[in-house]
Design a protein around this ligand. Structure first.
Ligand code: FAD
Length: 479
């Protein structure tokens, strides 16, 4: 009749599956967050995500203290910390939300084993998705590998569900005081050996930060379908980091989107579709964990990507936003400066890395994993494999984004480029997307000298396109 809730990527206290189930079953409930050294030790010493987590966890601690409890924070390996804490609190059950990433699945299996030695059960609950694993399958009982039929089946399953929040309504004292011996308070960022970042001005952590973003987005959701593709426009929700860490409930988002869609909002319909893409990639990773290292379509593992000194130099230019293609450079600088990149731009830069530079998508995927505030293995891998054409229901390989046409189409007046590539700001709209093609007078008027102020393109798109078609042709040959 005592339970522990292990918070991971469900950093909120409302509509919370694990907490709901713990409160339904146990007389006394505590919550713990483990700052997992096995994950944190691999990160740079200043990381916005760590700060986001820290601030979100602090918000939970404050809320629990207002109810006479507190968040128990541990800094170490969950494999050691959880069984020790379970013993100290004498709990019978640890509740947690299910995580589908291969490393998390393996960790949870080991934690389950350790807890079992201590006579404690680990109960996991579906929380971060509406439908997981085998919830949505084809008529033959196999996983979907094409998005549209998956989405249709998903929506069909949603209709009768009448999504209800997982209510969190503790009885007085049920969220129990933390025994003095275990009450160490929340470690500071410095205690965790991390430096502060510029997160505070950029991201609004916690349930409270998510609620603000959601409120703002709901004013704009009807325009989402038209606005979402233009990086200079406030089109998307910016909720991805909150979905990543569970500071917002996906059930609430789906409920709202579905309501508005049924009310005729095209924007809500398209937005709901994006939330379904998120689940599509999660179920894909669950059913095909090999995509973490391999192309979903095995023949695409035969592609020879560029390597050697030039490839290294090209990769560095891509990372640092100095490829000579303004839209690509603006996008990469947005990522480097803010930890966010607009979805249209993620597609453009991923296509550029794989199809203009001929570099392995896994290099780009790893760079994104490092930089993105919203980094999520399933979505990131899915996005990269989509753009590289190696994935499940991906863009066909012969469809190659032209970075200049994409730029003209989605940043027509160059507002986004000018923000992140200020050295080109004075160029006229027509010249901005391809400065190497600009009339000399346009460059002179703007005071831009190519090579000095801004690089010439590191590859020629037309040449690269031909090379890519040859490179990918290997997938059509017998193994
Ligand atoms: P909105 O447009 O408001 O969408 C709402 C939510 O739907 C997002 O927060 C996200 O959770 C989900 N979503 C939207 N598009 C996708 C998609 N294509 N696939 C899966 N989920 C989606 N998204 C991540 O959350 N983490 C990643 O690491 C990630 N890496 C990506 C890498 C590449 C190469 C590409 C092409 C896409 C990637 N995406 C990733 C998907 C998408 O770009 C982001 O989810 C989106 O830009 C986040 O901004 P938003 O919250 O304002 O999105």
């Amino acid at each position: 009749d005592r339970a522990l809730v292990w918070l991971r990527r469900d950093l909120r206290l409302s509509d919370h599956a694990a907490l709901h189930h713990a409160l339904a079953q146990a007389r006394q409930v505590w919550c713990v967050f483990v700052f997992d050294t096995t994950l944190l030790d691999a990160l740079p010493r200043a990381d916005r995500r760590v700060e986001f987590i820290h601030a979100s966890v602090a918000e939970i601690d404050t809320a629990l203290r207002a109810q006479g409890s507190a968040l128990i924070a541990r800094h170490g390996d969950p494999l050691v910390e959880l069984p020790a804490l379970a013993r100290q609190l004498d709990v019978q059950v640890v509740h947690a939300a299910r995580d589908y990433e291969p490393a998390a699945v393996a960790r949870d299996a080991r934690v389950r084993g350790e807890l079992a030695h201590a006579g404690v059960a680990l109960h996991t609950h579906k929380d971060q998705v509406i439908f997981e694993a085998d919830d949505v399958l084809t008529a033959n009982g196999t996983p979907f590998s094409v998005f549209t039929p998956y989405k249709n089946a998903w929506l069909k399953k949603l209709e009768p569900l009448r999504l209800q929040p997982w209510e969190v309504a503790p009885r007085p004292g049920q969220l129990a005081p933390v025994p003095v011996a275990l009450e160490h308070g929340l470690p500071s960022l410095a205690d965790l050996d991390f430096l502060p970042t510029d997160m505070a001005g950029r991201l609004h952590p916690g349930e409270h930060g998510a609620a603000q973003l959601l409120e703002d987005f709901l004013q704009r959701i009807d325009r989402y379908a038209d606005a979402r593709d233009f990086p200079a426009v406030k089109g998307p929700s910016y909720l991805s980091v909150h979905l990543r860490f569970g500071t917002v409930s996906v059930r609430e988002l789906v409920r709202l989107a579905h309501e508005r869609m049924t009310g005729g909002s095209r924007g809500a319909e398209v937005w709901l579709s994006e939330l379904i893409w998120r689940e599509f990639y999660q179920q894909l990773l669950h059913h095909h964990p090999r995509v973490e290292q391999h192309a979903f379509k095995p023949e695409y593992d035969r592609i020879h990507w560029e390597h050697g000194a030039q490839a290294t130099a090209h990769f560095a230019a891509w990372c640092e936003g100095r490829t000579g293609y303004p839209i690509v450079d603006a996008a990469m600088r947005q990522l480097n400066q803010t930890g966010y990149m607009h979805n249209r731009l993620r597609m453009i830069v991923a296509s550029f890395l794989t199809k203009d530079l001929g570099l392995d998508w896994r290099r780009g995927e790893a760079y994104f994993a490092h930089q993105l505030n919203d980094f999520d293995l399933a979505a990131n891998n899915g996005g990269w494999q989509w753009a590289a054409s190696t994935g499940c229901d991906a863009q066909p390989y012969f469809r190659i984004f032209n970075p200049v046409s994409q730029s003209r189409k989605f940043d027509p007046d160059g507002r986004f480029i000018r923000r992140y590539v200020p050295e080109l700001a004075a160029l006229d709209d027509a010249s901005l997307h391809a400065p190497w093609d600009a009339p000399a007078i346009a460059l002179a008027t703007a005071g831009v000298l190519l090579d000095r102020d801004y690089p010439r393109p590191i590859v020629d798109h037309a040449v690269a396109r031909e090379r890519t078609l040859e490179r990918y042709a290997v997938v059509k040959r017998p193994a």
